[in-house]
Design a protein around this ligand. Structure first.
Ligand code: ADP
Ligand code: MG
Length: 686
């Protein structure tokens, strides 16, 4: 898409286009000589601004190509010569198309409105503080198009510079409604003009009333931009493909160092038929072996392929003939390796398609569906069945989470574990769709390095998140690609921000760490009702943690909400006179069960005042950790709001932590982590 040749429209053409979309621009004229410059300036009216017109000069100020406040004829003539000389000096090869004389707009708040095409997610609108200092401010937000009105309104409020729009230190507020209309019109402009690949209005000057674009850069290509494809439900794999009656392992082995050993071994627990295929053996791991899939007497629904890459296309042909529905290709050495591997992969896919065989991988760990005892991978030990679907772009990470989930004390189960590999056929969308339809799955975790079909991903994720939560770890939050993009004001935000915005838009909860992702998935999967807010009440017997709670809550965007006076008054009837009468509610170090229960009684009577109640406990002699845990368990039965425990103090509190875990109540052992997880969890709520 970006490989197509592009060209930059002149500022004048950019203004003309913007005016069609009701974005005001200054009066202007393009001239070729100092004399004409003076004439044009006089007719526009002094003072004027003069700028170079050259398709090769993108940042005119950098080239000494902008002179503002030109006052009279003599100055205009002089400015013309100076601008042309500066431009030639800056880039001797630049084609100079003249000088543009513009009406000088009055000063105002300088903003940037831009657009670019993301290869995976399509059109992106950029908005932030602008002017020549735009790279310095780096205060921009983005929206993916199409964007709703309220998304554009919240984009305006999201940037740090919003204080300047609202009116800073006695300055009158700027015209936010006009700005909203400009954003809306900019979106319309971008969507209507399909050959626009990138644009920016930098700056857009915003006034107390109205505003004006005083620069316009529009980059176009000849053909309409090809946008990423939409979600196609036809392509999704039917559920019965995941429920094979029989599985064959091609390349099954008795040699413990081979993948074909572990893959077959893990399948021995499968309740359906399993067949080893190996043309050098008559028996493998005690099971009768066949020289090829074609020789297996009964039907074969699924195969696991571990033989070297060069052999795979031929094997795929045999599988097609046998009527295999799904092939899990563990083998590496395809597209990820070199051109030859890529050609091999294409051949394999073409053969599979001709028979309707669907492919997991290649270059992957495989697929595990623990509730069905189906493990096509070579992991050391199969995971336990449970309600989390883990879909990973890294085989090693999938392998690691399986290992972690089996460690003593933190046993955890899965409904689906899959490493997506090269995604030559089945991709993230298929595995998410499986998880959405699978009755065992309560929540979905994704580990993503790159999504190619972002638009389709969002369309599907938006539907899935209505019924099951999706938590995603996106690798690559570092400054990757940002330096390269720095020269494009429209590309101020790198790919990572586009992913975060895509997640926000379709209700996917981002997580930074594996541990965080699992906590979030567990909490979201167990919610009695969807979380719609981030108002938290903190109840504690530890004053120090009350103070720290405020700090961490602020960092992670949790709102420790004020409680109405009548609620405080009610609590005052049973709490000791010296309690702090505020949220966090400090019940003091000698707090007994009655104080905790009293507070929860009042909260449960007023569920509309808060979204989350966090009980922060520390080791003390008044209350055992089980007693405190039991209080939370009892009250979770009485409210649909989220109750969590945070038991800080090491091993002595373990019995309380275990009790809460048994009752599926979220419990943390570290305060900052509690707020971090809750912050991510409530990220998509306002
Ligand atoms: P660049 O190619 O360097 O971005 P601009 O056209 O944005 O060049 O001009 C640089 C700066 O000059 C703008 O940020 C703005 O502050 C000021 N400027 C440009 N055009 C006008 C105008 N018509 N009226 C008032 N100020 C202007
Ligand atoms: Mg500019």
């Amino acid at each position: 898409m970006s490989a197509k040749p592009t060209k930059m429209l002149s500022e004048a053409d950019g203004y003309a286009l913007l005016r069609q979309y009701d974005v005001p621009a200054p009066a202007f004229e393009i001239v070729q000589s100092p004399e004409d410059a003076a004439k044009a300036a006089a007719s526009i009216g002094y003072p004027v601004v003069m700028k170079i017109v050259s398709p090769q000069i993108i940042h005119k100020s950098d080239a000494g190509g902008v002179i503002v406040g030109v006052k009279d004829d003599a100055a205009a003539k002089e400015a013309f010569d100076k601008i042309v000389a500066n431009a030639k000096n800056y880039n001797p090869d630049a084609e100079i198309k003249g000088v543009i004389i513009e009406e000088m707009a009055k000063p105002g708040l300088e903003l940037i409105v831009g657009g670019k095409i993301d290869p995976a997610f399509g059109r992106v609108l950029t908005f932030g503080l602008g002017g020549t200092m735009v790279e310095f401010h780096k205060d921009v937000g983005i929206r993916l198009l199409p964007a709703e009105d309220d998304e554009l309104r919240s984009l305006i409020r999201e940037i740090k510079g919003y204080t300047l729009i609202k009116g800073y230190r006695g300055d009158a507020p700027k015209d936010e409604e006009f700005l909203f209309q400009v954003l809306k019109n900019a979106c319309r402009f971008f969507e209507d003009n399909e050959n626009v690949v990138e644009f920016d209005i930098n700056p857009l000057r915003l006034y107390e009333k109205g505003g004006c674009a005083v620069d316009a850069r529009v980059i176009v290509q000849d053909e309409p931009v090809v946008l990423p494809p939409h979600y196609d439900p036809e392509k999704i794999v039917p559920l019965d493909y995941y429920k094979p009656r029989s599985v064959a392992v091609i390349g099954a082995s008795d040699d413990k160092t081979k993948m074909g050993y572990a893959a077959f071994h893990n399948l021995l627990q499968f309740p359906g038929e399993v067949y080893p295929v190996n043309n050098k053996r008559s028996e493998i791991q005690g099971v009768k072996c066949y020289p090829s899939v074609g020789d297996i007497p009964g039907p074969v629904d699924m195969v696991v392929i571990t033989v070297p890459a060069q052999l795979v296309p031929g094997i795929m042909d045999e599988c097609g003939k046998k009527g295999v529905k799904m092939a899990v290709v563990i083998t590496a050495g395809f597209k990820e390796m070199n051109e030859e591997g890529k050609a091999l992969e294409e051949r394999m896919v073409a053969i599979a398609r001709s028979y309707g065989v669907r492919i997991v991988g290649p270059n992957c760990l495989g697929l595990i569906l623990p509730p069905y005892k189906l493990d096509t991978t070579y992991v050391a030990t199969s995971p336990l069945p449970g309600d989390i679907a883990f879909i990973s772009q890294s085989g090693a990470i999938a392998n690691a989470v399986v290992g972690i989930s089996l460690s003593e004390g933190s046993e955890m189960g899965y409904s689906e574990v899959v490493s997506v590999g090269n995604q030559c056929d089945l991709d993230f969308l298929d595995y998410m769709s499986y998880a959405a339809r699978d009755p065992h799955t309560k929540s979905i975790i994704l580990y993503i390095e790159e999504i190619k079909n972002g638009v389709a991903f969002m369309e599907m994720a938006r539907e899935v998140t209505k019924i099951k939560p999706i938590v995603a770890i996106k690798a690559g939050s570092s400054k990757r690609g940002q330096a390269a993009a720095a020269s494009h004001t429209g590309s101020l935000s790198g790919a990572y921000e586009v992913y975060m915005e895509a997640f926000r838009k379709c209700g996917v909860v981002p997580a930074k760490t594996l541990e965080g992702a699992f906590q979030i998935a567990k909490i979201l999967g167990g919610l009695k009702k969807p979380l719609t807010g981030k108002r938290a009440v903190v109840i504690t017997n530890a004053g120090g943690f009350a103070v720290l709670s405020n700090d961490y809550a602020e960092t992670w965007g949790i709102d420790i909400c004020d409680l109405p006076q009548e609620v405080i008054d009610e609590m005052d009837t049973f709490l000791p006179p010296f309690w702090n009468k505020n949220n966090p509610i400090d019940l003091l170090g000698d707090a007994d069960e009655a104080r905790f229960r009293g507070v929860y009684d009042v909260l449960c009577k007023n569920p509309d005042l808060w979204d989350i109640a966090i009980l922060v406990n520390f080791p003390n002699k008044v209350l055992s950790p089980e007693q405190v845990g039991q209080v939370i368990i009892d009250y979770q039965k009485k409210t649909d709001n989220l109750l969590v425990g945070c038991f800080v103090g090491g091993d002595s509190l373990k019995p309380g932590v275990d009790l809460l875990t048994e009752h599926n109540i979220p419990v943390f052992e570290e305060l900052e982590f509690t707020y971090r997880v809750l912050g991510h969890l409530t990220w998509t709520t306002q």
